[in-house]
Design a protein around this ligand. Structure first.
Ligand SMILES: NC(=O)C1=CN([C@@H]2O[C@H](COP(=O)(O)OP(=O)(O)OC[C@H]3O[C@@H](n4cnc5c(N)ncnc54)[C@H](O)[C@@H]3O)[C@@H](O)[C@H]2O)[C@H](O)CC1
Ligand SMILES: [K+]
Length: 505
């Protein structure tokens, strides 16, 4: 699903106005009406309602909402105009509304008056600022937003976007409305899906405002939400008359003396996703435990400190493989030469995770190839880029877009909402998954899932998008019957077939 930026919305408005000869006030009317209709499902008509109106078209939408709430039978509607001027369409709607009898309209002069109205309201409709917010929120807006956020016993519903939140880009340090519901127009905005911004959105509703399909189709966003339907299309097809060769040969390479679990989990996930043949390559010390973990894979032993002989011993397997997942639990001691030689000689798609990323962060980034998938969490991303972790978590989409282009590869920036970016910097935001995944081992499972999908024929980007979604979905299905605390990464791996069924059937 497309996610809109402010520029995308401006594009739509211009197309509608100039190519389809539709005055802008028509869209405002559609928006206000659709929002008011949605609101009738969120509170009773008897509620005391306060509509806070700002200077731009978001405020104009609020005025239309107030009118339609009155038309729908709401009787206690107070409108507070929080600005000395209104947009052109906002002014027209103000002129219409002031002819109505059952509405009280105040133009804010003192904060005291606004506070009194706010304090006695059961529903607060926030139409102060929309996607046009373009500077720090200060003064009267900041004070009103603080008041809204202090009032805990009212339902706060934001029109289009919580006032103060930007549609895209980094976290704003200024006051922002914390909404219980946000009713957004036509497309979700990028920041609404991604933590930390998501926290202020509350429950997100998207309403239709009558944009023609031909205009929607012309919108070229730089980010998309990953959905089940999209993933279904990306999944490699499996035929009835298939054989193991159809689903590829993959390699999981990693592990260290006290780190056998990571490769076990990646291997388990790869076979649970349907890989044709899996080879697991690990240091000799852990070969037996990895081999005994499951019967479905073939296990090989290496010694990281002897890079030449280890690469020679595994050359045949490496050559016939279709893709490799590298780095899980590998450690970073005495294996940098092995790692470097391996990545320089391996030409097939590579999924680099865990310590593989830490080893990679010490090398020039020119070694990265466009058929690679990197799967860092913010700390690993910080090592790879030199950015502070806080800069990454406060602005994950922009960071991921920038570095996927710079590294020229598929980048999976893991987090509460994982962002996947193509080498061209197009972002895919995943919202499946839950806090049961906040455990050591979850990333190893994800790596195995992505490997398996590449081996079955998906492109590295398609494998990353669908792998992240299915991995999250598997944990969501487990959450239906269990508490998140006890859901293990291996449970998530074992549940992958159910997750695939829920998408494909
Ligand atoms: N296609 C659609 O989605 C439609 C959306 N509509 C609504 O219009 C707003 C966007 O309207 P716009 O006038 O461009 O912006 P805002 O209402 O957000 O207000 C901008 C207004 O406020 C000033 N401003 C910006 N930042 C600040 C600040 N920090 N402090 C004070 N003032 C600020 C700025 O200079 C402008 O004057 C969208 O969200 C929808 O609600 C249309 O109604 C229908 C089509
Ligand atoms: K708003």
């Amino acid at each position: 699903m497309k996610l809109a930026s402010s520029e995308n919305i401006r594009f739509i408005d211009k197309e509608i106005e100039y190519k389809h000869n539709t005055p802008s006030i028509v869209l405002m009317e559609n928006a206000g009406r659709s929002i008011a209709e949605k609101m009738t499902q969120l509170f009773s008509k008897q509620s005391k309602i306060c509509v806070l109106v700002g200077s731009g078209n978001n405020g104009g939408d609020g005025l239309v909402v107030a009118r339609h709430l009155l038309n729908n039978g709401c009787q206690k509607v107070h409108v507070v105009i929080c600005s000395t001027s209104l947009s052109k369409d906002g002014q027209t709607n103000y002129d219409i509304l002031k002819t109505y009898r059952d509405v009280e309209i105040y133009t804010i002069k003192t904060l005291e008056k606004a506070k009194k109205i706010l304090w006695s309201s059961e529903v607060i409709i926030d139409s102060l600022l929309g996607i046009g917010v373009n500077k720090e929120v200060t003064g009267i807006y900041a004070e009103i937003i603080d008041l809204i956020n202090q009032k805990k016993d009212a339902k706060v519903i934001s029109v289009d976007i919580p006032s103060g939140l930007k549609a895209c880009g980094s976290l704003s340090k200024w006051p922002t409305v914390k909404a219980d519901h946000t009713i957004t127009l036509e497309f979700p905005k990028e920041n609404m899906l991604i933590y930390p911004h998501k926290k202020v959105v509350g429950k997100l509703h998207v309403v239709d405002i009558g944009i023609p399909k031909m205009v929607r189709d012309r919108v070229r966003p730089s980010s998309y939400q990953v959905t089940a339907n999209f993933v279904k299309k990306l999944l490699p097809k499996h035929r009835e008359d298939s054989h193991k060769g159809d689903y590829g040969t993959g390699i999981v390479l990693g592990g260290n003396t006290n780190m056998a679990g990571a490769v076990k989990l990646s291997s388990l996930a790869a076979v649970r996703m349907g890989i044709g043949v899996l080879h697991t390559i690990v240091p000799n010390e852990i070969k037996n435990t990895v081999q005994n973990y499951m019967p479905e894979n073939i296990t090989w032993a290496i010694d990281y400190s002897k890079s030449r002989s280890s690469l020679n011993d595994t050359a045949k397997v490496l050559t016939k493989s279709d893709a490799m997942a590298l780095g899980m639990g590998m450690g970073t001691k005495s294996n940098d030469q092995f790692f470097e030689k391996l990545i320089l000689s391996y030409k097939k798609p590579l999924v680099v995770d865990g310590d593989g990323l830490n080893l990679l962060s010490k090398l020039p980034k020119g070694v990265i190839k466009s058929n690679w998938v990197l799967t860092p969490h913010p700390k690993e991303m910080s090592r790879l880029t030199g950015l502070e972790v806080s800069d990454i978590v406060e602005n994950p989409v922009e960071v991921c877009k920038h570095y996927s282009k710079q590294f020229n590869c598929t980048l999976v920036l893991k987090g509460a909402s994982t962002v996947i970016c193509s080498p061209k910097g197009i972002a895919f935001i995943n919202t499946s998954g839950n806090k049961s995944l906040s455990k050591g081992g979850s990333g190893d499972v994800l790596t195995g899932v992505i490997l398996s999908l590449i081996c079955a024929g998906a492109t590295p980007l398609a494998a990353a998008i669908s792998g992240v979604y299915i991995h999250g979905l598997s944990s969501d299905l487990l959450l239906e019957s269990q508490n998140y605390r006890g859901i293990l990464p291996s449970d998530v791996a074992n549940h992958l077939p159910k997750a695939i069924n829920s998408i494909t059937q």
